[in-house]
Write a protein that binds this ligand. Sequence first.
Ligand code: ADP
Ligand code: MG
Length: 607
Amino acid sequence: MAGRIRILPEVLANKIAAGEVVERPAAVVKELVENSLDAGAREITVEIEAGGRRLIRVIDDGTGMSREDALLSLERHATSKLKTDADLGAITTLGFRGEALPSIASVSRVTLATRSADTVEGTEIYTEGGRIVSVKAHGMAVGTEIQVRNIFFNTPARLKFMRSAETEAGHVGDLLARLAISRPDVRFSYICDGRSQFRLNPGTLVDRVAALLGTEASNGLTPLESAAGEMKLHGLVSRPELTRSTASAIYTFINGRFIRDKVVQHAIMQAYRGVLEKGRYPVLTLFIDLPVSEVDVNVHPTKHEVRFREQGSVHDEIRNAVASLLSKAPWLEIRRQPLRGEPSSAQPRPQEQRIETVREALSRYASTGHPQQPSGFNFPLSASSRISSVHAEEERKHDDEPAATGGGYYSSLSILGQFNAMYILCQSGPDLVLIDQHAAHERIAFQQLREQYASEAVESQGLLFPETIDLSFAEAASLKQNEQELKRLGFDVEPFGGSTFAVKGVPRLVANLDYLRTLRDILVDLGQISRSSSAEEIADDMLARIACHSVVRGVRHLSLQEMRELLKQMDQSDFAATCPHGRPVLARITLGEIEKMFRRTVTTRVN
Ligand code: ADP
Ligand code: MG
């Protein structure tokens, strides 16, 4: 009986490999542009149509190929970059696997035109689904031009995974931004559906980053330079108040290759600990240069992950270098001032805080006309005390009694006071209940927004002076795709040329806060939402962002009246026990737990 195992036909093997290498148009652009850089190009032009689905064209002025090499380049495992086993331990080129061109060719229609300096005419090869259809002479300058048409025409399953043209074009733009940052000495142009997206002249790293990230990010870039043993670091660090909700603006390169590595990112985030708010990411560019023998880039076909031989020391060096720069950078002084939109009372000094507390107590005293004696409790109003103001409720309800007002659980709580100007302390039956006032505010804002959104009545506030915002390609793509929804949310945004947009109106809830950051975070979220999400889920996500940004962080003193109002509103909110992001609003410490703390055995009750 004949054996059942067969070697796969070449074309089929390439198609399978394509699954790993060519997941979307941006991946094709990456492979082609990396080939151009490996070929020593000084100028690279990338053009796409219909998000890359109709056409991807990459033109370079690199070394080009002879006819023989051009034919070979379309064969699997054909590469000019690796010759021996030993070379694998010392890779200095971006490519080396020799599988990109045959993989791309196997799932599209490719025209490869190329000419090397030692020939007078070039060669043009046309392939369909990996099969060579024609080879002919072609007059052209030295260099290479590759056109990829009808990607995935023969793999319908892949085609289904393609997102909209805007989204795919956004991915290509972001990918090109990374490559362009990695090589500021090379001229890059990007054309999308006949319109120029950018043209970057050769220059310094600062010029390049400034051109790509926009004026907001380029303002206050501080260079980082450090060397430890065989490892060298250099890059640009932005002001810490410039943050993102994802790691998308952290550009890290190892030996010139863009990577997204957990160890490196962890080191950077550790350096920023205490400088950034939780959940925020910095804007930063970092080049790590290591002897090639110290790092393995051959971990994954996309080469985004790497393996370090000395992981621990690489991590610590990066963290130390970034942390030491942050500790002495010039903008630290600026940072101590309140950020835009944050009321200056967000972080009052202890003394101001005390004055505020006393003033508040006095005003209450004056308005009620009779002294309020905190019954049973008498906490000193000292600045050193962590309890900043505690007021017992005048008519403390009897614990066992249901809420006299009948307003629901939150209204039934007896307010004891405010802790650290961040938590509301309450008594519920025999238990102590702590309410996170930020989480509660956020929940209420979310609920109101959701109702307004449903009835198309989110309040928008026009800006007297429109503000501009520079968006990345992916962010701009999200904006275009969700124009209607954003309008309904209260954002009035118009194109302002290139990657800049003019913001003319914003949701009223964030009108006095950092609405540009709110907008950017929403756009980043939208780019990440999976296609299977329902419109409602997407809307909820955006509303949660606005709600989250509408709440002023930091300490905030609340009067008894305000606390009561907050609790009342909580009763009118769905899912009142969590904030829209799922953090709890409320924590309960039972009398039993408290007695255990004090090693008491007898249960006593306050009446
Ligand atoms: P790899 O880059 O891993 O070697 P590829 O399949 O991407 O594999 O390319 C195969 C070979 O084709 C390369 O090694 C290189 O010799 C040649 N090649 C590809 N693109 C270009 C280009 N733009 N200019 C010059 N040579 C190229
Ligand atoms: Mg390659």
